[in-house]
Design a protein. Structure first.
Length: 268
């Protein structure tokens, strides 16, 4: 059992045909406020391995894992080092959980998945290691693409719908200014919007970033009031059915994010 898309993706890539992976967060569903069904709670209880992300990201999952009979692993433990931003109002969040958007940290998550699977199923440990190496090579290439692609840009400020991109910004020398906090449903107060409007006008920002699974209305209003564009920056908290049908995955969507950032930031 994996609590949401990035963890399920890692488990599928590493486990391959030897592992049956169930994603608790259905495609196209925003994972922050996931509510578990009785069947899902039972599945967590009986699963051989439960992969989740702690720090208050999915409280329902953290409540349910206490009854799990198999191995339970918080894949982001020790990786969450960004504090909750000033704009955050939701209780329960102890730090920024969006660590998977840093490809370097995501490689560490993949390594932890490999270790967890090998502990549960040692007979396939060598296969898990081979699969993990192949996926990590793709992530290393992705990291190189981001480093080179964002090395020379006119701007480094990104205005985002919510505070999902702090780890990505920290890794590649960007500055994130979110409209909302860590929870995308949070409504910004008028002063926050006024401050962002002034910041956009002062710094020459060209783009406000929206998301697939979050209403773009506030971001579109900010963009309209400042005369700039909007573009989708995907936080990869979930993947839509259309994206799945098109064969897209973590790496391909992150490459799209890089292209979007390069256009918005004037990168050469």
């Amino acid at each position: 059992m994996a609590s949401f898309y990035p963890l399920a993706e890692a488990a599928e890539q590493v486990g391959g045909a030897n592992v049956g992976v169930t994603n608790l967060t259905a495609p196209g569903v925003e994972p922050h406020d996931l509510e578990l069904t009785p069947d899902q709670i039972e599945a967590i209880t009986t699963a051989d391995l439960v992969l989740y992300l702690g720090g208050g990201f999915q409280p329902a999952v953290e409540d349910a894992i206490g009854d799990a009979q198999g191995t339970v692993v918080d894949l982001s433990e020790g990786l969450r080092d960004l504090p909750v931003p000033d704009t955050e109002t939701s209780p329960g969040l102890t730090s920024d959980p969006h660590v998977w958007l840093d490809p370097v940290a995501y490689r560490q998550i993949v390594q932890r998945v490999e270790s967890a699977l090998a502990d549960v199923d040692p007979s396939h440990a060598s296969t898990f290691a081979t699969n993990a190496d192949a996926f990590e090579a793709r992530l290393a290439s992705l990291d190189r693409d981001f480093r080179s692609g964002l090395a020379s840009c006119d701007r480094n400020l990104i205005v985002t719908s919510h505070a999902a991109f702090g780890y990505l910004a920290q890794r590649y020398g960007l500055q994130q200014e979110p409209i909302a906090g860590l929870s995308p449903e949070a409504e910004p107060d008028p002063q926050r919007l006024a401050d962002l409007k002034a910041l956009v006008e002062q710094t020459g920002v060209t783009t406000v970033f929206t998301e697939d699974l979050v209403s773009p209305k506030v971001a579109e209003t900010l963009a309209s009031e400042t005369g700039i564009a909007t573009a989708v920056l995907n936080p990869l908290e979930s993947i839509t059915p259309d994206q799945l049908a098109a064969g897209q995955d973590y790496v391909s969507i992150m490459e799209q994010n890089l292209d979007t950032l390069r256009r918005a930031l004037g990168c050469s």
